[in-house]
Design a protein around this ligand. Structure first.
Ligand code: ZN
Length: 246
C-alpha cells in the first residue's frame, strides 16, 4: 500500500484577490487600460530614473490602501485545504499577503512576485515594513529613502523589467514537477516564466484543474475547467477534494 499522500499545488493570480477589493491592474477593466502612464509606476526603469514617478507611486500606494485588504472566501478555502491535512503548497503571483493573512502557514506560500508588504532598497538591499514607509509619506516625505544608505526604496515586488528570483522560480518548478494535482486559480497563464509551471506539472503526470473567469492557453490540456466566481467555486472545489481524500 502506498502511504504517500498526494501533493496539491495551487497557483494563484490576481483573480483570487479581486473579491478583496484589490484590482486586477492588467485586466480588461484594469488601471493600465485606463491610464497607460500608470504602468511606469511599476516598471523598474522609470521608477529608478524619475523621482516624480516614485512620488506618484507612493501617493497611489497610500490612496489605494491595499495593506488594509481582507482575505475572502477563496483565500479561506485554501486554509481549510491545508487544515484537512493534505500536503499543500501555494504558489502565488499576488503580492498582497492575503494567503498568510487568511491563516495559511507562511512556509506553505511561495511568493513568486515578492511582497508589497515590505520595501527594499535599490542600493544596499535592506528591507523593512511597507507600513513604516507609508507612514513617512503621510508625514510629508514624498519619496522616502533608505534609512541605511539614502538609496531608493521600492516595494519588495518584482516590477516590470525585473526578473523573478531564480531561487524562488526553481522552488516553484520543483513543486510543479512533484505535485499530483495542480490547480490554477484566477490567473490568465499567459505571462512567462510562471505560465510554464502548469506545463511542467502536466508533463510529469499531474492532474490539472483551472479556475478562471477567462479562457487560458491550458484549457485544452486541463482535466477540469471551472468558470464560476472564485470565491464560490474554490470553497466548493476544496470540499470535494477533501471528501475524495485528494
Ligand atoms: Zn539602502
Amino acid at each position: 500500500m502506498n502511504a504517500k499522500r498526494p501533493l496539491i499545488a495551487v497557483l494563484t493570480g490576481a483573480g483570487i484577490s479581486t473579491d478583496s477589493g484589490i484590482p486586477d491592474y492588467r485586466g480588461p477593466q484594469g488601471l493600465w487600460q485606463r491610464d497607460p502612464s500608470a504602468q511606469d509606476l511599476v516598471t523598474i526603469g522609470p521608477y529608478r530614473a524619475d523621482p516624480e514617478v516614485r512620488r506618484r507611486a507612493w501617493r497611489l500606494r497610500l490612496e489605494t490602501g491595499a495593506l488594509g485588504a481582507e482575505p475572502n472566501a477563496g483565500h479561506r478555502a485554501l486554509v481549510d485545504l491545508e487544515r484537512s491535512g493534505l500536503p499543500l503548497r501555494v504558489l502565488t503571483q499576488n503580492v498582497d499577503g492575503l494567503h498568510q493573512r487568511a491563516g495559511l502557514a507562511p512556509r506553505k506560500v511561495l511568493e513568486l512576485h515578492g511582497t508589497a508588504l515590505e520595501v527594499q532598497c535599490l542600493g544596499c538591499g535592506a528591507t523593512g515594513p511597507m507600513a513604516e514607509a507609508l507612514r513617512r509619506v503621510e508625514e510629508g516625505e514624498p519619496d522616502p529613502d533608505c534609512r541605511a544608505c539614502g538609496g531608493i526604496l521600492k516595494p519588495r515586488t518584482v516590477m516590470f523589467g525585473e526578473n523573478l528570483d531564480p531561487e524562488v522560480l526553481g522552488q516553484a518548478d520543483s513543486i510543479a514537477r512533484a505535485c499530483d494535482v495542480f490547480i490554477a486559480v484566477g490567473t490568465s497563464l499567459q505571462v512567462f516564466p510562471v505560465a510554464a509551471l502548469p506545463y511542467d506539472a502536466v508533463r510529469t503526470g499531474s492532474k490539472l484543474i483551472i479556475l478562471n473567469a477567462e479562457p487560458t492557453p491550458y484549457d485544452e490540456a486541463a482535466d477540469e475547467v471551472i468558470r464560476e466566481p472564485i470565491s464560490q467555486a474554490l470553497p466548493a472545489l476544496v470540499r470535494r477534494l477533501v471528501a475524495e481524500g485528494l
